[in-house]
Design a protein around this ligand. Structure first.
Ligand code: PEP
Ligand code: MG
Length: 572
């Protein structure tokens, strides 16, 4: 039976492939008493040996595709499975308490996990995480439940998931993942952002994709219209093949602008930069004619692993990006962890409202060693290109001053030990909290630049969780409330001779671009795949006309009214 689900168009393009479910398995079981304990021990040993062979295969594949450090995670899991200190007590429990293997395994593993987690030792805490992972795998085999192994995918697939965390996404093999679709999330959730930087079509927030699709079903992800077709008819497949071809043609047209400047019809230049998550995204920036990197989300360096990246590892990544951009501006945002981006190995307590919690600069100012390590890596890399440093989630001036002072301290101490640091590094902030937008005139005297993070600015201004699809209608980038805040930021920057950019998703939005051009935004930073389309649009717009349009829409009453007004002007 074919069916269609609606969701949020999160990343452009069309993908057609077989479904691959990446979902948490149901591992619930009952405690049972067992008479033939010898047989139960054998059943446990079989589940163990299946898990070992599976993990060996995953480790080898990870080594081949993803490198030694990803393979090391699975090596650690294999060690757990061969550790008599864990295995013997489980077998003893089955024999002595006459209980089923599932129960003996879970009870014993939980005891070790709790014990290790309470130790004040990073190494032991990581072992707790390993035991938890491995227990899941063995339990799944005991229960005969399928468990997904995304790194083992060897054919083209569409990933079906409840949500994709950035660390799940980082482990996906770009060669085989043609698209993805999720139950939850909106256009600015991090799964959507990752999809755009990986240039794969995605539809998020479908509410029920995981309960509608089985492994191997044929799925079409229509990232242009936010639709997912499940087991479509041949006719629909053909139709989509032709939409895909047309989209590719359109892209070829835009591609002609790859080496062109971004100037409006009346010759006003703006900078079109790219948002990246890893040095791997640089190819996309070059191929799409990015004039700089307007947002390097460094937190992805910290994710999908078991421990903090070292200063050296960070230095290598920053240097790669700076060198790769060959002197073009690179705005590196310091660690923005929290919200929907967790670092399990930091063992931070769960929060009721993670987006309003211990996030980004708040965490960095408290856990200063993490922050200082990153700043040192950045300062050392600064001589390899045009580095600008940006602090996320600044809500008041004290935070900015404190962060800047720490940066200055690290700079001084590096220089004193003879390390070369670039002469001039601009230091700016993200404006993503309304208090900071309102105070932009004061901030502008102290910062070198602003970059408006509309993904968060909109969620905080409208009080609407960016991850919650039930309130996604409140993601209203054209709401005059948002536009007025953006205007305040741009005007404040210009008054002090500073520049203002935008790195939230709004910067690449076809309806927002004419208004932002009119408001005088200097830098637009977006998913690399949106750059050429934006350049093509800006080249057709007249800045003087857009100034009038901006003035007019600031006086309108609703998001919809602004959208209509812009549509009318751009279709003329
Ligand atoms: C933003 O909030 O607009 C932004 C660019 O940062 P992130 O999406 O990573 O929170
Ligand atoms: Mg943000």
């Amino acid at each position: 039976m074919s069916s269609i689900l609606k969701g949020v168009a999160a990343s452009n393009g069309i993908a057609i492939a077989k479904a691959y479910r990446l979902v948490e398995p149901n591992l619930s079981f009952d405690k049972k008493s067992i008479e033939d304990t010898a047989e139960e021990v054998t059943r446990f040993q079989q589940a163990l040996s299946t898990s070992v062979s599976e993990l060996e295969a995953i480790r080898d594949k990870a080594r081949e595709d993803l490198g030694e450090d990803k393979a090391a995670i699975f090596e650690a899991h294999l060690l757990v499975l061969s550790d008599p200190e864990l295995i013997t007590p489980i077998e003893d429990k089955i024999n002595n308490d006459q209980v089923n293997a599932e129960y003996a395994l879970k009870e014993t593993a939980d005891m070790f996990v709790t014990m290790f987690e309470q130790m004040d030792n990073e190494y032991m805490k990581e072992r707790a995480a390993d035991i938890r992972d491995v227990t899941k795998r063995v339990l799944a085999h005991l229960l005969g439940v399928e468990i997904s192994n995304p790194s083992m995918v060897t054919e083209e697939v569409i990933i079906i998931a409840e949500d994709l965390t950035p660390s799940d996404t980082a482990q996906l093999n770009r060669q085989f993942v043609k698209g993805f679709t999720t139950d939850i999330g909106g256009r600015t959730s991090h799964s959507a952002i990752m999809a755009r930087s990986m240039e794969i079509p995605a539809v998020v927030g479908t509410k029920s994709i995981t309960s509608s699709v089985e492994n191997g079903d044929t799925v079409i992800v229509d990232g242009l219209n936010g639709e997912v077709h499940i087991n479509p008819t041949q006719e629909v497949i053909e139709e989509y093949k032709s939409i895909h071809a047309k989209y590719e043609e359109q892209k070829a047209e835009w591609a002609k602008l790859v080496n062109e400047k971004t100037v409006s019809a009346d010759d006003h230049h703006v900078e079109l930069a790219a948002n990246i998550g890893t040095p791997k995204d640089l190819d996309g920036v070059q191929n799409n004619g990015g004039e700089g990197v307007g947002l390097y989300r460094t937190e992805f360096l910290y994710m999908g692993r078991d421990e903090l990246p070292t200063e050296e590892e960070q230095f290598d990544s920053y240097k790669k990006v700076l060198e790769g951009m060959k002197g073009k501006p690179v705005v590196v945002r310091t660690l923005d962890i929290g919200g929907d981006k967790e670092l399990p190995y930091l063992n931070l307590p769960k929060e009721m409202n993670p987006f309003l919690g211990f996030r980004a600069i708040r965490l960095c100012l408290e856990e200063q060693e993490i922050f200082r390590t990153q700043l040192r890596a950045l300062l050392r890399a600064s001589t390899y290109g045009n580095l600008k440093i940006m602090f996320p989630m600044i809500s008041n001036l004290n935070e900015f001053r404190e962060a800047k002072a720490i940066l200055e301290e690290e700079k001084k101490s590096l220089q004193e030990s003879g390390v070369e640091v670039a002469e001039k590094i601009e230091v700016g902030i993200m404006v993503e909290i309304p208090s900071t937008a309102v105070m932009a005139d004061i901030f502008a005297k102290e910062v070198d630049f602003f970059s408006v993070g509309t993904n968060d600015l909109i969620q905080y201004t409208m009080a609407a969780d960016r991850m919650n699809e039930r309130v996604s209608y409140l993601y209203q980038p054209y709401n005059p409330a948002i536009l007025r805040l953006v205007k305040m930021v741009i005007d404040a920057a210009h008054k002090e001779g500073k520049w203002a950019g935008m790195c939230g998703e709004m910067a690449g939005d076809e309806i927002a671009i004419p208004i932002l051009l009119g408001l005088g935004l200097d830098e637009f930073s977006m998913s690399a795949t949106s750059i050429l389309q934006a350049r093509s649009q800006i080249r057709r717009l007249n800045k003087a006309d857009m100034e009038k349009l901006a003035e007019e829409v600031l006086q309108l009453d609703t998001n919809e009214a602004v959208m209509e007004a812009v549509k009318k002007v751009i279709s003329e």
